[in-house]
Structure formats: structure tokens, C-alpha cells
Design a protein around this ligand. Structure first.
Ligand SMILES: Cc1ncc(COP(=O)(O)O)c(C=O)c1O
Length: 429
């Protein structure tokens, strides 16, 4: 897989190979309670080829392999949108796109808080975003990971959705039987996910009745206590946040716990094909109104954990057609690569086509369209993106299909998602 960045309106530049350096003037310390409101974005040093447009990248590279085109301007704008408009602190959900250049770009734009799900993600953020604050918001963690996060990386924020995980966190952070006194424990509750493309309350999140008891138990052992939820990824209806916040209000009252953090999770949507979504500000307004009804203590922090909406627009994927059979296009990327969501969930990324002409031009193709089905490069018959995708009728081998708004759960799905799946091999003879 090739990676490159589109950043400027003139010619091809090869950026410096120096170690990436990120300046952060005007940004408050990573330990600050709230995200900075005013940030001066700074360019990130990187080692990728730079082009002035996606068409230019196609023309110059004539790529035979898929290419991820990173759009730092779009990433910066999305980061600044959250920093300036979300009524609280935004923790970027690293799982969504953990590429170091993406992380550095967000960091340079002022993002200082990261939601992490594994030691691999923690190690990566510590390396590329020095001084960033991380919250370990995966509700199921190994004891080793909890201990390493706490002792080596100084992480204090952990989420949980059951009593077993609560005990595990307490035990794994104890020192010779002496319990830690600085834990911030976030109880994740299941909330309705009806308007989401992907339900994130099916596997994680306790039922409300259990959440009350968990909040009370966590309150006995933690320095601070939080309540967290996730309305589901690609949630199209802002009202889901109002319902979830009202539920949180009930739980807070029933538990009698003074809440330190209310985390509204991710779920903010991105515009895909046939999927018009409300503006982010509409979601923020609903959240603001929902929070106002809760009368939280002044000291209570409000967090969100955006993944998709922070990076979704920030990449375009370039793929090449290797064969056309009628209305079937065989591409060089697919479900086993960075089009997993397009295959498994039939999530339709917006597409366009490009053709190289006489080797010195790459033109966007227009004209009459046809409904195509797309296949990935593997020999597996589930490697299909059913669509349908409406693309020019005269497409042929060697043309390029571009997937826009491909920054979220794109390349992240092509291996080690969430920083997991590294396994050892042994031989028994
Ligand atoms: C705990 C948690 N937070 C945040 C996110 C990011 O969600 P989204 O990309 O829908 O904003 C996820 C996604 O899986 C998640 O599991």
C-alpha cells in the first residue's frame, strides 16, 4: 500500500525525511482539563510524496497498488471543529485511523486527548504525540495491559461495564496489595443504537440497572467516577444523544454518585453515498441541551470520543480496475484490505472514476453511468462490495476508482484493527 499527502496547490514536493517534529505553541498542557479553544496549526514533517491534487497523484504515480491519499487540511478542519464547538473535551478514538501521520496532524492541530483500546495504540500515541493524555476506554482489557498502561504510561482513566472488570482494574493497578488511589473509572452503559450503521451497545455496555450499582461500587474505590456510552457508529439522528443523556440523568440520580466525567462517546456521522447526515453542530446543540437538563456539578467534565467524524473526510483511496466483466469491476483493494466496511456493512463510500490519457493527464470521467458491483483482489467470493456503485458506463481495465470520505475505518481495517491480532507461532512435533 502506498501513502501520500495532498497539501498544496503547486507541483510535487518530496517532504523532508527528518524525524517528525510537532510544535505546539499556544496549546495548553496535555494535563489540562479541557481542550484548547485556540490553536495555531503547524505543518507536520513527514516522509510521504506530496501532490497538489488527487488527479496529479494518479497522473504521476500511475499506481499499480492501492494508494491512501491523506488530506491534512480536511483533518485539521475537522479537529478544529471539535475543539471549537464541542461543549467539552474531545478524545480522538485512535482505532478509527491510527496512521502516525494522521495522529501527528491531529496533534499539531491541537488534539491532545486520545481514546485508546490496546497497548499497541497506547505505545503509538506515546511515541508520535508526546505529552498527549490517553484514556483506556476499551471495556475489556487484559490484566497485563491495565498494569502496563497504569505503571509505564501513567494512564489513570479506564472504562468498564461489569463487576469482573472493575475488580480486575483494581487488582491490576494495586501495588503489593495496596490499591491505587488515583483511578478514574468510567462505567459504560448500553444505550439505544437504533439510528446507527453499527450498534456499539450490543457487545459492550451494561444494562441501566447494573450501571447504578457499578457507579456506586466504582465510587468506593476510584478517585473519580465517570459515566460513558456510545450511541453507535454513524448515528444519523442527533436525538439519540438526548435519549442517552436523559438515561444518564436517571442513573446519576438513582446512584447518588457525584459524577466527575460524563462521556458521550463517538458516533458522529460522515456523509456517504445515499446517506445525508445532519451537520455536526446539530449534534452538539442537542448534546448541549441534554446536558443543561442534567444540572451536573460544575466540576463534572464532559467528553466525547469521535473517530469517524474527526478523520472520515481526511483520506481518499485510489484503487485500479484489473478487469471488467459486464457490470462487475475487479479492483486491487477489497474486503480483506481497506474496503472492509464497504464489503461487510455495504457502506457506500462516494466514488468517482479517473482515466489516464496519453500518460500525461488523469481526467475525472463523466457521462452516462452504470450500476456496478465491485470485487476485491482475493480469491475469496465474500470479497465483494455489493453497492451498487454508479460509475461511468465506459470503464475499462486500468481506469481508477476513487473512494472519497475514506479516512475512517478504511486502512484501519486492513490489519491489526484496534492494535490487536498479533499472535505468536509455536511448533509441536
Ligand atoms: C469506545 C469507543 N469510543 C469511540 C469510538 C469511535 O466511534 P465513531 O467512529 O463512531 O465516532 C468507538 C468505535 O468503535 C468506540 O468503540
Amino acid at each position: 500500500m502506498v501513502e501520500l499527502a495532498v497539501v498544496k496547490k503547486s507541483g510535487v514536493r518530496t517532504a523532508s525525511l527528518r524525524t517528525p517534529s510537532v510544535r505546539a505553541e499556544g496549546v495548553r498542557s496535555a494535563r489540562a482539563t479541557h481542550a484548547p479553544r485556540v490553536v495555531l496549526p503547524v505543518p507536520v514533517q513527514h516522509e510521504f510524496p506530496v501532490f497538489s491534487s488527487v488527479a496529479e497523484a494518479v497522473r504521476v504515480l500511475k499506481p499499480a497498488r492501492p494508494v491512501h491519499v491523506v488530506l491534512p487540511k480536511v483533518l485539521r478542519a475537522a479537529a478544529q471543529m471539535f475543539l471549537a464547538q464541542f461543549p467539552g473535551t474531545s478524545y480522538y478514538a485512535v482505532k478509527c485511523n491510527p496512521h502516525p501521520f494522521v495522529l501527528k496532524t491531529l496533534f499539531a492541530a491541537g488534539v491532545r486527548f486520545f481514546d485508546v483500546a490496546s497497548i499497541a495504540e497506547i505505545t503509538l500515541v506515546a511515541e508520535v504525540c508526546p505529552g498527549a493524555r490517553m484514556a483506556f476506554m476499551h471495556p475489556v482489557k487484559s490484566r497485563e495491559a491495565i498494569r502496563e498502561a497504569y505503571t509505564t504510561f501513567g494512564i489513570r482513566d479506564f472504562s468498564l461495564d461489569c463487576f469482573e472488570e472493575l475488580h480486575k482494574i483494581v487488582e491490576a493497578t494495586s501495588d503489593h496489595g495496596v490499591a491505587a488511589t488515583d483511578l478514574v473509572l468510567h462505567v459504560r452503559v448500553a444505550t439505544p443504537n437504533a439510528h446507527a450503521a453499527q450498534n456499539l451497545s450490543a457487545k459492550f455496555g451494561c444494562q441501566p440497572a447494573e450501571a447504578v450499582q457499578l457507579l456506586q461500587d466504582a465510587n468506593k474505590v476510584a478517585h473519580k467516577v465517570g459515566l460513558a456510552f456510545h450511541v453507535g457508529s454513524q448515528s444519523r439522528d442527533p436525538a439519540v444523544f438526548a435519549h442517552a443523556l436523559a438515561l444518564c440523568g436517571d442513573l446519576i440520580k438513582q446512584s447518588g454518585v457525584t459524577l466527575d466525567v460524563l462521556d458521550v462517546g463517538g458516533g458522529f456521522p460522515v456523509a456517504y453515498q445515499d446517506d445525508d447526515v445532519p451537520a455536526l453542530t446539530q449534534f452538539f446543540d442537542v448534546i448541549r441541551e441534554g446536558l443543561a437538563k442534567l444540572a451536573l456539578p460544575k466540576s463534572c467534565e464532559v467528553w466525547c470520543e469521535p473517530g469517524r467524524a474527526m478523520v472520515g473526510g481526511g483520506e481518499t483511496l485510489i484503487t485500479r480496475i484489473e478487469l471488467r466483466k459486464g457490470d462487475a469491476l475487479y479492483l486491487n483493494d477489497g474486503l480483506y484490505g481497506s474496503l472492509f466496511d464497504a464489503g461487510y456493512f455495504n457502506q457506500k463510500f462516494p466514488v468517482e472514476a479517473m482515466r489516464l490519457r496519453r500518460g500525461w493527464r488523469a481526467d475525472k470521467m463523466r457521462g452516462e453511468t452504470l450500476a456496478y458491483k465491485l470485487f476485491g483482489p482475493t480469491c475469496d467470493s465474500i470479497d465483494v462490495m455489493p453497492g451498487p456503485y454508479h460509475l461511468p458506463a465506459d470503464l475499462r481495465e486500468g481506469d481508477y476508482v476513487l473512494f472519497t470520505n475514506h479516512g475512517a475505518y478504511g486502512r484501519a481495517m486492513s490489519g491489526n484493527f484496534n492494535g490487536f491480532h498479533e499472535a505468536d507461532t509455536v511448533v509441536v512435533e
